[in-house]
Write a protein that binds this ligand. Structure first.
Ligand code: ACO
Length: 427
């Protein structure tokens, strides 16, 4: 017999089923709580709330474990590519050689934007943040695909279009922000090489693709590919739950990702490192400020709602930073500062007691800086990487037979009944 939890409320005892996940994660199924008891739960920030059952990504934050469809992130980082990992996340299994060929050619076939989309780029001011452009243009891309409104029949083509076109949109928005001519994708290039080509080639000269640079960016995309029910993925699921289409749901995900407490942290980390560098601080002054709640500062790229241990992605990225800078024969003073900050924080009781470790954003900016990606595009790189996760989560919502619209409740703390007063009686 399955286990139940007993809850005593107002002298009555209620039973709720305990649901156990495949990795032995225990939860109380309280879906009948309100109908049985009249009570709801209150969990601001959702730190104790499982919003869904999902079989895409597993995280054990205490142990620092991350797996996509059961496969450890370390294995994928070493052996896979972003496109293969995207397939794994979206389709639920590693592709065989024919499947990856078909998937890659589907991505290639769908890489071009509708020509009229170029007019939309014209409308943005040059200083517009690329995340604002990305979100708007993903939604706009949906308008050019009438069949998008019927995801049942064409979901996988739509998914390939979104995954492929997100990098075309990102590169176009970068070129536009600098007033440079748009560079079209080249079908001979693989996913990440093609993106770098669209970013950095010129009509008169192709960008020289260095395999180590392509691999480093591909790894960044792969490491960001999914991360269970984080803020942006939950947003995608929330929007998808109303049966909005895939492009609208992903556009909403981009907006949620933009904030500095989430994906925007990669930009904020680099800004922090640059400020520390300019100020001549060796990092210790900043650590003191980050501990002081009145300073308005946080050690960006540190801390995580789920990880109470080293984020496994940060470990992989840190190693790649050293490797890439060595290959490029470059030294970056910001990497030295980042390492000093990490060392300082990890031996400081404030960070130790709160279990604050480097997260995925702490070192990723150093790699992007070495590649020549501009600061304002860092969170866009995160969004490109996260697309497979958003697509797979959208699909889970869409495929679930018993899916309901996401609609949390609240505990109202405002005024009780108050009546309208005419102007002359108002104070
Ligand atoms: N620097 C200094 N103190 C911190 C930091 C930090 N980076 N992160 C958390 N703390 C402190 C909090 O002030 C709090 O202290 P208290 O218990 O004395 O009040 C305690 O640690 C717990 O922090 P919360 O904010 O409650 O943790 P929460 O789970 O809500 O937030 C978050 C997690 C947003 C990631 C937070 O750690 C943070 O702001 N980090 C910096 C921003 C960042 O790197 N974001 C990227 C996260 S990864 C991602 O989204 C891709």
């Amino acid at each position: 017999m399955s286990k139940v939890a007993k809850l005593e409320l107002d002298s009555k005892v209620y039973e709720f089923p305990i649901v156990v996940g495949s990795e032995d994660e225990h939860s109380l199924d309280i879906s009948t709580l309100r109908s049985k008891t009249g009570y709801i739960t209150l969990d601001e920030g959702y730190g104790n709330t499982g919003s869904c059952l999902s079989n895409i990504t597993f995280i054990d934050g205490e142990k620092g474990i991350l797996r996509y469809r059961g496969i450890p992130i370390e294995e994928l980082a070493e052996k896979s590519t972003f496109v293969e990992t995207a397939y794994l996340i979206i389709y639920g299994k590693l592709p065989n050689s024919q499947e990856i060929k078909d998937f890659s050619s589907l991505l290639t076939k769908n890489e071009m934007l509708h020509e009229d989309m170029k007019f939309h780029f014209e409308g943005f001011p040059t200083h517009a943040h690329p995340m604002a452009i990305l979100s708007s243009m993903i939604n706009a891309a949906g308008c050019f695909l009438p069949e998008v409104l019927n995801p049942d029949e064409v979901f996988l083509t739509q998914a390939a279009r979104l995954l492929s076109q997100v990098r075309t949109i990102a590169a176009f928005s970068y070129r536009k922000s600098l007033g440079l001519p748009i560079i079209y994708p080249k079908p001979i290039y693989k996913y990440t090489a093609n993106f770098l080509h669209m970013m950095f080639s010129e009509p008169y000269e192709d960008y020289e693709l260095q395999p180590e640079v392509v691999n480093a960016l591909d790894l960044i995309f792969l490491l960001h590919a999914d991360h269970e029910q984080n803020c942006s993925t939950s947003t995608v699921r929330m929007v998808a739950s109303s049966q909005a289409n895939l492009f609208a749901s992903a556009a909403a995900g981009v907006c949620a990702l933009w904030g500095p407490l989430h994906g925007g942290a990669n930009q904020a980390v680099l800004e922090m490192l640059e400020d520390i560098h300019k100020s001549g601080d060796n990092g210790s002054r900043f650590i003191e400020a980050a501990k002081d709640k009145t300073s308005g500062k946080r050690l960006m790229g540190f801390g995580h709602r789920i990880y109470k241990n080293y984020d496994p992605r940060a470990r992989i990225i840190k190693k790649k930073c050293d490797e890439l800078l060595a290959v490029l024969k470059r030294k970056d003073p910001l990497l030295d500062i980042a390492k000093r900050l990490e060392e300082g924080a990890l031996s400081d009781p404030y960070f130790i007691d709160r279990k604050l470790y480097p997260n995925v954003d702490f070192y990723s900016g150093i790699i992007m800086r070495a590649i020549g990606i501009p600061l304002s595009m860092y969170t866009v790189m995160f969004a490109i990487g996260r697309m497979p996760g958003w697509i797979a989560n959208f699909k889970e919502i869409h495929d679930a037979k018993d899916s309901r619209i996401y609609r949390p409740r609240q505990v109202y703390t405002g005024r009780t009944l108050t009546h309208y007063t005419p102007f002359r009686e108002r104070v």
